[in-house]
Design a protein around this ligand. Sequence first.
Ligand code: HEM
Length: 227
Amino acid sequence: MRVTYSLAALAGVTLGRPSPEPRSLAPRAVAYVDSETGFTFAETKAAATLSNNIVYRIAVPANVPANSNYDVVIQVVAPNSLGWVGLAWGGSMIKNPLTVAYPNGQKPTVSSRWATGATYTALTAGNKSNGTHWQYTVKCTGCTTYTGSSGGITRISPTGTTRFGYACASGKVSNPSSTTATIPTHDVYNYVSHDFSAGQNANFAALLLKNGVTDESGSANATQAFE
Ligand code: HEM
């Protein structure tokens, strides 16, 4: 009884003290397994307001060979207060693929606003909206390899951490079924670090097929040689 009392007191003291370890701002990989599509995503939350997040999830093929292009599956969940949300793959507004999406009835519209070559294919599952949020799930070809501001090829590591830019607006898009609709300027832009390592999928191509999307490269990992 005495021992129990002492341990409890010690635990209380320990909890009450600040942690002696330095706090690290390094991103942590957070895995999210989506039961609807079967993909394992690395998840990053980006603040849209003080009380609302945009959730960005990215799934990649496991074991992408070095210097190869690879497709990704992006899943984004946004609060209904937002009229559009965008992801800047290279971490700035210009000279990198911008994935822009807005609600459009039950199934959001997703389009590319910079960089030739980034294309999107909606999965048969994971595109929806309800009373509080809208969500899209698409395959992107061309989001992770692009010609950057220096004119050289930038290839985002499928296993590393990269800095994304993101932006959003509360203003609605007036013709949301169009992939070229005019969007109002963002109310908010900011940056997040996204760690791809938690979103590795050994069965990437099979999962795409399960969700109605063909793996164009025909390989198990949906990769293509670029050069
Ligand atoms: C309606 C179209 C848009 C307009 C008129 C616009 C305008 C601007 C302006 C004027 C700035 C500079 C702000 C400053 O210096 O304080 C900026 C910055 C930024 N915008 Fe946009 N923007 C648009 C769409 C987008 C989209 C679709 C994204 C997608 C993510 C985006 C992401 C960013 C980011 C990340 C920055 C920070 C600066 C940087 O790192 O490059 N913008 N925008």
